[in-house]
Design a protein around this ligand. Sequence first.
Ligand code: ZN
Length: 147
Amino acid sequence: MLQAIEVDPWRFCRERRSWEVRSDVAEFPRLAREFTQGTLFCRVVGRTDQRDGLSLQVTVSGEVGLICQRCLGDMSHVVEIERTLHLARSAAELERLDALPDSDAIQAGETLSLVELVEDEVLLSLPLAAMHPEGKCPSAGNPIFKE
Ligand SMILES: [Zn+2]
């Protein structure tokens, strides 16, 4: 399992630090349950903007294996995430930042787990029910009658 990478998100951005890892999905505590296989490349970069705003640029890419909810067979899914998350100190600030066009924000406290942040983004990006396109399941037929 990946070690929890806890950082002070405010310092991380102000000092423009970055963290990256390439790891098997089995190493991510919460992703190991979702995916059958795959490797993800993750990068988190701290940034400051002119107006003293702090943000994290999150990049995750890779190909993972999922279980198709239609045929229960393996299917591959491409993860391609590129998001900028602004740091908010309070619920009010979070609301204000979220309302800006093309803006995403997270409410950040004293510490932030980078592994959990990456996991959140990957889980949010998944389709609600992962399935092969209609009629494209490799083991064609109704799974109920397969046994
Ligand atoms: Zn299928």
